[in-house]
Ligand binder design. Structure first.
Ligand code: 0X9
Ligand code: ZN
Length: 312
């Protein structure tokens, strides 16, 4: 399958990345940071100009947290391959200056379920047994972007496991979030973090869990504005820039807020994308495959801008 015009299944993604690592053994390293609830590998990809050298600043990118947001995984694969190929000026500069780490499918169980059973599935597939006054029932899934330890179980989350924003039984109750936290926090020289979601065409800046803005809001916003311009230059798309409470909604327990607040001096640069499309009329989570390439090209151009700006 062609990653620029088709959505891959989870086994196809594993195969694609195995082949890519075999094709570029001196630049691409594939490993597992642990297992999902159902026992699938949580894939980690490192793309670097010199795999033996760990002294460069690191950019971490996480995609496919939410099962139905297929464009995020497709765009991550495109980014990984373009960095690995080193065939254009942007990709060469990006690898020259940084080591790139990816969790391209943060939620493999949900992703598989969105292919086999329910295209609109969002959460992971953790089984939960709940009892109330009228009896007991089983339900499935924790929202991985509500499960991180930052004001866990606060605004924008649900205590009910049959809800789409269920926060889980406790912070980091899920192997997907706990393993990704450990993988990122044990990476030396981490500098920036990107959480890739869809849809709405946004680049979001901290804070997402409260309405107060960080002290360096202006600086963080300036860098996002530059990335927004670089993105727009590719196909004319105007992503909006702002904090989640300002341009979407506040929600606690999210990955990018965790990185920013818990890893402050290191991951000062922490952002969340909402990729194409703009709205439900344009497909919502079910983005037509003809938009995979343009969406991925835009993401790449904006990441290039981020990489350039934060190096200054
Ligand atoms: O709700 C989310 O997790 C993200 N939107 S999505 O439609 N892809 O589910 C937005 C997360 C933004 N971060 C915070 N609000 N903290
Ligand atoms: Zn999402």
């Amino acid at each position: 399958k062609d990653i620029e015009s088709e959505y891959l299944t989870f086994p196809e993604i594993e195969e694609f990345l195995n082949e890519l690592a075999a094709e570029f053994p001196d630049r691409v390293e594939k490993s597992s940071i642990g297992k999902s609830v159902e026992g699938r590998d949580l894939i980690k990809i490192r793309v670097a100009s010199n795999l033996a050298d760990t002294s460069k600043p690191v950019i971490w990118i996480e995609a496919m947290t939410h099962a139905r947001e297929w464009i995020t995984g497709a765009s991550a694969l495109y980014t990984i391959r373009r960095l690995a190929r080193q065939q254009d000026r942007e990709a060469i500069d990006m690898l020259d200056q940084y080591d790139w780490y990816f969790a391209p499918v943060h939620n493999p169980d949900g992703y598989v379920y969105s292919h086999t059973t329910d295209r609109m599935w969002r959460k992971n597939r953790k089984e939960q047994n709940e009892c109330s006054w009228w009896g007991c029932y089983t339900c499935y899934g924790t929202d991985l972007n509500r499960n991180w330890d930052v004001s866990w179980a606060g605004e924008g989350t649900s205590p009910y496991c049959d809800h789409d924003t269920y926060h889980g039984v406790k912070a980091f109750s899920e192997p997907e979030t706990a393993n990704l936290r450990d993988a990122i926090m044990s990476t030396p020289n981490r500098k920036a973090f990107f959480s890739i979601h869809s849809y709405s065409e946004l680049i979001m800046i901290p804070n997402g869990y409260i309405r107060t803005k960080p002290d360096d809001y202006d600086e963080v916003k300036r860098v996002a504005d530059a990335a927004q311009k670089a993105l727009k230059a590719i196909h004319g798309k105007s992503y909006r820039v702002g904090t989640p409470p300002d341009i979407l909604y506040a929600a606690t327990g999210g990955a990018f807020d965790y990185m920013r607040t818990r890893d402050g001096p290191n991951l000062k640069w922490s952002y969340t994308y909402e990729l194409r499309p703009a709205d439900a009329e344009h497909g919502g989570f079910v983005l037509d495959t003809k938009w995979i390439l343009p969406t991925a090209e835009e993401l790449f151009a904006s990441l290039n801008s981020f990489a350039y700006e934060i190096a200054k």
